[in-house]
Ligand binder design. Structure first.
Ligand SMILES: Cc1cc2nc3c(=O)[nH]c(=O)nc-3n(C[C@H](O)[C@H](O)[C@H](O)COP(=O)(O)OP(=O)(O)OC[C@H]3O[C@@H](n4cnc5c(N)ncnc54)[C@H](O)[C@@H]3O)c2cc1C
Length: 379
């Protein structure tokens, strides 16, 4: 058993930290305030080969392992949860699904530009009436000659307004139940696909989230990902990867909360001594540091299992569940440690608290993670 990252993983983590200090930290508060997609940061991420870490070099990526990508997401989220998440869903779901299930032509056409960071990916599954209950989806894809015609309304699509390559899930045979949904690669600009209502959010504000509207959207048969009817199974595989990324996002948030708490507790003096000397505050910091370690190990373990080619569905859910709930808990404590100042705009902990909440909701709520975990344990 080895609890250490490899030298290469450590180096990439360190390089990503330096990248964040240079390009992300200086704008993190501003892009949150203005709900702005930082295109200039994504340009730099592309130039630095950060947008396709676990994608093989032949498809435009860096050919590193998944754990390395997870370390990069953690560092990004430590500076800006939105930026970390955007990379996570772009790599962990959009790009990974094309890598795992796409044919050679699809990989050349769609995966290479994603892995190089020239294009941004999106995962289009959720609908207004189908959140946790994916089977309640109503979007359809009907074969018409050599095209599928997609009709329906999707919602909460991350990178909806800013994406280039959309993985869209629709029924090709609703009667076939779990084997009736298919996935399609739909490039931006395809007639009939438009971004609808753009959501204003509590946190994760620089990540762009919108509805996606499909009206007689004709997609070439060649853009069917994998086999017809395999959409739901592919979405679940995407979640295994993506949830590990959300866990890393939560770990980055806890790390930042801890750093902010330690800094402030040493500086702020009340009753004649730094508040860190008051045991109530010191113990909050002790719990934060302990849960950070536990969350990080769960997350790295899930990624490590993926890299060993082992099943990691249960472990990805465990990592996401634990890390996200601890991120929420400890960012509330981090605000508490900073008292009234922590409650005000401009305090990093205020942003961390708002950003932490979403990690308990998307890519499956905490309740959905408990369903996955209990389903595995009680099998
Ligand atoms: C910022 C943001 C970004 C997102 N990005 C994407 C994206 O890129 N692509 C995409 O497809 N989706 C995306 N989503 C959608 C997200 O995955 C869903 O919001 C999430 O799965 C929950 O669905 P819902 O919001 O409809 O809640 P619901 O499913 O309506 O759930 C409401 C509540 O009921 C609980 N609940 C539901 N069913 C059960 C049950 N059987 N047992 C116990 N409790 C239950 C839930 O846990 C939750 O607490 C995003 C959402 C947000 C907010």
């Amino acid at each position: 058993m080895d609890f250490k990252l490899t030298e290469e993983q450590e180096l990439i983590k360190k390089n990503m930290r330096e990248f964040c200090e240079k390009y992300v930290d200086p704008i993190a508060a501003e892009i949150d305030e203005n709900s702005r997609h930082p295109a200039e940061v994504f340009q730099k991420l592309a130039e630095g080969d950060w947008m396709g870490i676990p994608i093989p070099a032949q498809y435009g990526g860096s050919g590193a392992d998944y754990l390395t990508h997870i370390c990069a997401v953690e560092e990004l989220a430590r500076s800006c949860a939105s930026t970390g998440f955007t990379v996570s869903i772009h790599v962990g779901i959009a790009s990974m699904l094309i890598l795992l299930f796409g044919n050679e032509e699809q990989k050349k056409t769609f995966l290479v530009p994603l892995a190089k960071g020239e294009k941004l990916g999106a995962f289009v599954l959720t609908e207004p009436g189908a959140g946790t209950d994916v089977m309640a989806a109503t979007t359809t894809a009907v074969l018409d000659g050599d095209h599928y015609v997609i009709n329906g309304t999707k919602t909460f699509t991350s990178n909806g307004p800013t994406g280039d390559t959309y993985l869209v899930f629709a029924w090709t045979d609703k009667a076939a139940g779990r084997k009736g949904m298919s996935a399609f690669i739909v490039p931006r600009g395809t007639p009939g696909m438009t971004a609808g209502n753009h959501f204003a959010k509590m946190g994760l504000r620089s990540s762009q989230t919108s509805e996606m509207l499909f009206k007689d959207c004709r997609v070439p048969k060649a853009n069917l990902l994998g086999k017809e009817g395999n959409g739901l199974a592919m979405a679940m595989t995407g979640f295994d990867h993506g949830r590990t990324g959300i866990a890393a996002q939560a770990v980055g948030i806890i790390q930042a909360a801890l750093e902010e708490s330690v800094r402030y507790a040493k500086e702020r003096v009340q009753f004649g001594q730094p508040i860190a000397r008051h045991q109530a505050i010191a113990w909050m910091i002790a719990d934060m540091a302990t849960d950070l370690n536990a969350a990080r190990f769960l997350t790295y373990h899930a990624a490590w299992l993926k890299d060993q080619g082992q099943p990691f569905s249960k472990e990805a859910s465990m990592a996401k569940l634990f890390a996200s709930e601890k991120a929420m808990h400890h960012t509330i404590k981090a605000v508490q440690i900073q008292g009234g100042y922590g409650y005000c705009k401009g305090a990093k902990v205020e942003r961390l608290m708002r950003d932490a909440k979403i990690t308990e909701i998307y890519e499956g709520t905490s309740e959905a993670q408990r369903m996955v975990i209990s389903g595995n344990v009680l099998r």
